[in-house]
Design a binder for this molecule. Sequence first.
Ligand SMILES: O=C[C@H](O)[C@H](O)[C@H](O)COP(=O)(O)O
Length: 220
Amino acid sequence: MDQNQLKQLVAQQAIKFVPDDCIVGVGTGSTVNFFIDELAKIKGRIKGAVSSSEASTKRLKEIGIPVYDLNTVGPDELPVYIDGADEVNHHLHMIKGGGAALTREKIIAAVAQQFICIADESKYVPVLGAFPLPVEVIPMARSHVAREIVKLGGHPEWRMGVTTDNGNIILDVHGLQIAEPVKLEQQINQIVGVVTNGLFAQRRADVLLLGTAAGVKELS
Ligand SMILES: O=C[C@H](O)[C@H](O)[C@H](O)COP(=O)(O)O
């Protein structure tokens, strides 16, 4: 099976976590795009979605799924958030933000009762950090944040030409072997000018659906 087939497989499995009549949290990325295709097949049994990016919102609307403003949706109405990851470890800590949607993703993940991560097996790693850690930064703070990240041992690189849905820039931090994800997530978020970073460790996934050649493995 190729990578896209594995992504489709986990997207199909994720549907079983979507209760009837609910509002479902929808992430961003190529794996989630397969999930949106699956949602199209069951759209009659859900109320709608909240979305973590303009790109996912557009896809959801195209297939006729109503997209709610998160401010009008409480945790009781949001049983599940489904999203991909760039890397995930056995604690279900993740690196996210390869598609620059990390901040809205983290906000929806904070509200949802359950976070289901869907990923193909290439994303499953023993130690996070080979994938450069995305950090969303207020544009005027770019150089300051970059200098502070160097003090933490990282090598930040400005993702040129990319503006997030929130009007900010992304620094991709190379060279980190992330032994303590919760601590590093906090340290980077404390730098003035950082909106948030792509470590999802304080709020990790509750369930990982991992697409492998032998089928979908469920870890929790
Ligand atoms: O900003 C993007 C998100 O965090 C994605 O969920 C992540 O990059 C994984 O995307 P993909 O499913 O395309 O590998």
